[in-house]
Design a protein around this ligand. Sequence first.
Ligand code: NAD
Length: 484
Amino acid sequence: MNAELRSQSTAPANSLSGEDFGLLIDGQLVAGAATLNVINPATENIVAVCPRADLNQLNQAVAAAKSAFATWKSVPIQKRRQLVGKLADALESRMAEFARLLTQEQGKPLPAAMHEIGGAVAMIRAFAAMDLKPEVLRETDTARIVRQRSPLGVVAAITPWNFPVVLLMLKVPPALVAGNTVVVKPAPTTPLTTLRFGEICAEVLPRGVVNVIVDQNDLGGALTSHPDVAKVAFTGSTATGRKVMASVAPTLKHVTLELGGNDAAIVLDDVDPQEVAPKLFMGAMLNSGQICLAIKRAYVPDSMYDSICAELGKLAERAIVGNGLEEGTEFGPIQNKMQYEKVKGYLEDARRNGKIVAGGEVSKGRGYFVRPTIVRDIPDDAALVREEQFGPILPVLRYSNLDDAIARANDTEYGLGATVWSSNEQRAYEVASRIESGTVWVNKHLDLPPDIPFAGAKQSGLGIEMGQEGLEEFTQQRVINIAK
Ligand code: NAD
């Protein structure tokens, strides 16, 4: 069974009813103007019929957030932090339920879903522990200059479908701690865990402070261009990020954009291939490759090209792909049909332009499954190398000159993350220092402590999330300059 797609059969039949989910508008859980079906990508069955907002409900949500801002901004920050901490406690107490729902709507294996919810709890707590004290910037005989941080107003928080829960927590908790109110809009294919989080917000927070609406990819523009929205905190693709930036321009809103990536792994010629291959493999295949910071291209020196390709191929053959609710599943499906079709296109590209070492198979039955795939001998200008594949297909590229490998790694519009692998820390540090990315890991991957700021370079983003800077992004500075 190991090397097969074991998905096709088991459809958990516990479909939830439409009444089980409500939009959150002005403290009330309400029905949508319409509905949409949320599909389990492992079975293609309906997980739930979900409420869907229309423009009128979007306007109601923004109006509720605007009205709540008038009082929320004056709640002392210590109290706001305490309430945000309560969101973490409530989410933690429902972890198993959230994780199961996440697996059903997103597809990831249950342990990975538990890990995501645990990460979300930790992220909320990290922001609840942060403060925004006035800072004395200068104190002299003639002047005292103090910087305060005040909230912006209504924040639109827009999230993608790959990590719907944890990515929400890079936005909602800091927005609230800083004194803003929020309208959340999740991706239409993964709205359910966000609606459940809305229930927690309804229990813990004053009405209107957090509102949750769901759309079918049709209300994003109306939300980001809304004159009563002061800031847009967006995570998604670079293509949509460009649209968001255009739509906030007329009202000059603050904007944070966390966008796509095409992260390179640069393997130096001093590593042990057997040791590094499993790390590269997990870096590329975790969440079935649907991670903004996944390893999306690996540059490997001539001397170990064959051995690393072979090691990666063995790992791909052993991978257990299937329904995330089944015990032992390591890799779930592609999250939605549109992305599945896109990933199949990259497989075609790999077949045409390169050589598939292992993998390449897709579902024969139900579910959007693609087996982890390793591709070698593919040129740099192939679509699989140039574009963000966002699926479990890793192109392995050969290099004979390290300067050339660095130049090739940097030859992209993206600059989200990268990894360098070496047994010599100083050598790796020097290579890392030449990579045009917001984050570079050395001999590790995806270590994202909540207190360390995260930002994309080039067209991978604008602004910062996480850390104290990630909190301050939700504020406007007020400098008070006093004569003495
Ligand atoms: P997407 O851009 O298609 O959608 C993201 C969100 O934007 C969804 O909620 C969608 O409904 C909404 N949206 C669609 N059109 C909009 C518009 N015109 N205005 C405003 N919002 C609109 O992205 P996706 O396919 O859901 O997610 C995958 C992408 O997200 C990948 O490119 C991935 O790299 C990126 N991503 C980036 C990060 C990061 O932190 N940099 C993290 C995760 C994912």
